[in-house]
Design a protein around this ligand. Structure first.
Ligand SMILES: Nc1ncnc2c1ncn2[C@@H]1O[C@H](COP(=O)(O)OP(=O)(O)OP(=O)(O)O)[C@@H](O)[C@H]1O
Ligand SMILES: [Mg+2]
Length: 535
């Protein structure tokens, strides 16, 4: 090491001496040639090669410079003695950076590289369309010549990747909305964004642990699966359908997913989209690493079974817009619509989720939510569009324990055994949503014992009510069966108005029951099990 420094010092000494000598003796042209030769000789003898990464490349900002700055901020925070600190717009963290003319050593796969941050004054302001900063900044990367390939081939990619990761981590998520309708902002962007600060995480989400881990693993596999999707020729996207009664945590789950993966959210308001091509444009303007959400899809667009959709009008829940539900094969018919000209089609939506355009970015997750899965067209539910169907259920005992921990700070061991047993017995029967349970706990959070007592009371009351109602319903059915004299009478013999109504109700109840058990009746009358199934 000592020897190395001695050699370097002598080379530098010779270099300085030659420069002084030349300055006094030789004319500038000769000096220039001599210096050029000397530089070449020096570079040829040196074991190092150097890469300059300037802040500005011509008149454009050099993305690599910013990436290096961010990348070094992660290690600079530990090693450096003098650091520059910055905090970006929308950022929740402070970023550390190398001070001017400081050096830092990094190691990549056993190869040492040295980064130096060099700042010099710009000589003179030449004409430029954009005023350039007075200082010229650059990172100089020094590495042994024999490792040049490693640096160019892998290290710089690694730096870029790490920087992107850090950027995502440091920057708050953004929540985009298309609530402005089809109009664009000054930069031609159809989405408006606000910082996304939803605190929901998978830890705070009340649901069964097994289900939760399954979803988390699936998300992680997806996020890390770039090579897999490339290898298998699939577009790098995944669809989730969250369904269940209101207040069971569907929206909270989306927020938890975004916070878990560090993705932005695009909340697509379908009722604000007028045509299929508008829908496509919106898709094109979404970024990678994002979650595209359509909430309450059954209410946003008439998505009943395509076979029935022609005349029946299905659920008829299109909000203030008339939607054409022509089958995918029929293409998008933008016929102007009847009320207000909205002609987004089911076909348009299907193309949005998995047509060719859906691949114009990568690493995107589509999440649809609904309270009525039975109202959705099977085409929308099929694998590849909605890969995972997650049933968000009423509050179960494991979910209740999570809520008690969230709101009261109670662990299992903090509660009396008898009380826990009572909760376990009654919570499943009460069919209360986590939102309702949360409400009781929030209201009484200053008096924890009271909160527990009141919650237990409410649960018992609800369970009792539900039991009575079910008993009443069973008795009604029995009476009707007896009256008709045949167990199948209700379905066959419902030609009178009353019978039709009741038959319909039974069907609805059956459907509800099926949904809760994760069964969906498809087009051909086959029952599909869908509860938290990954397809
Ligand atoms: N599973 C859950 N875990 C934790 N909190 C929950 C859960 N479900 C509901 N909550 C609480 O209830 C409130 C409403 O939940 P959320 O908006 O996620 O329900 P939702 O299923 O999206 O309802 P909707 O179908 O009406 O949109 C949330 O603020 C959250 O605090
Ligand atoms: Mg919701």
């Amino acid at each position: 090491m000592m020897q190395y420094w001695t050699t370097l010092a002598s080379v530098m000494g010779v270099y300085a001496f030659c420069q002084t000598l030349m300055h006094t003796v030789f004319p500038p042209e000769i000096r220039f040639i001599f210096l050029k030769i000397f530089h070449r000789l020096f570079n040829w003898c040196s074991v190092y090669c150097y890469f300059d990464i300037t802040e500005i490349d011509g008149v454009n900002t050099n993305e690599l410079y910013n990436a290096v700055q961010l990348y070094l901020s992660s290690s600079a925070s530990i090693i450096g003695n003098r650091l520059t600190l910055t905090r970006g717009l929308n950022s929740s963290n402070i970023t550390f950076g190398l001070s001017n003319n400081d050096q830092i050593v990094d190691n990549f796969n056993g190869v040492n590289v040295v980064w130096e941050h060099v700042v010099t004054q710009r000589q003179s302001q030449t004409f430029a369309w954009r005023p350039l900063p007075e200082e010229k900044r650059a990172f100089i990367l020094r590495v042994k010549k024999r490792y040049k390939e490693v640096v160019l081939g892998k290290y710089l990619d690694y730096v870029m990747e790490k920087a992107n990761e850090l950027r995502r981590k440091n920057q708050d998520r953004l929540l985009y909305t298309n609530s402005r309708g089809g109009s664009l902002d000054s930069r031609g962007h159809p989405w408006e964004s606000v910082p996304f600060k939803h605190p929901s995480t998978f830890e705070t989400l009340a649901m069964d642990d097994e289900k939760k881990s399954e979803i988390m693993e699936d998300l992680l596999d997806f996020a890390k699966g770039g090579c897999f999707y490339q290898r298998t020729g699939r577009a790098w996207k995944r669809g989730y359908l969250l369904y269940g009664p209101p207040g069971t945590g569907k929206s909270s789950m989306i927020a938890a997913m975004a916070n878990f993966l560090g993705y932005d959210i695009y909340d697509l308001e379908l009722t604000e989209v007028h045509t299929n091509s508008e829908l496509r444009k919106l898709l094109m303007k979404t970024s990678s690493k994002s979650i595209i959400v359509i909430e309450d899809i059954d209410c946003s667009i008439n998505l009943t079974n395509r076979k029935k959709s022609g005349g029946v009008g299905g659920s008829g829940s299109g909000v203030g817009s008339s939607y054409d539900c022509s089958p995918p094969g029929a293409g998008a018919v933008n016929g102007g619509g009847e009320e207000g000209g909205n002609t987004i089609t089911l076909s348009g939506l299907l193309n949005f989720t998995d047509g060719l355009w859906s691949c114009c970015g990568s690493e995107r997750i589509f999440v649809f939510t609904t309270n009525h899965i039975e109202k959705l067209d099977p085409a929308l539910l099929r694998s590849g569009r909605m890969d995972m169907h997650v049933y968000m259920s009423y509050c179960s005992f494991p979910s209740l324990k999570i809520l008690l921990k969230n709101y009261l700070g109670y662990d299992e061991c903090d509660m009396k055994k008898e009380m826990l047993e009572q909760f376990e017995e009654v919570v499943g029967k009460a069919e209360m949503t986590p939102a309702d349970v949360s409400e009781v706990l929030i209201k009484n959070r200053r008096d924890k014992e009271k909160a527990l007592r009141e919650l237990l009371e409410v649960l018992k009351m609800k369970a009792e009510k539900l039991k009575c109602r079910k008993k009443g319903d069973d008795e009604d059915v029995e009476q009707e069966k007896r009256a008709l004299g045949s167990p199948k009478g209700i379905i066959r013999g419902n030609s009178d108005a009353d019978g039709v109504q009741k038959g319909g109700n039974d069907e609805e109840k059956q459907e509800e029951h099926d949904v809760e058990n994760g069964i969906v009746d498809d087009d051909d009358g086959n029952d599909n099990a869908v509860a938290t199934t990954s397809k």
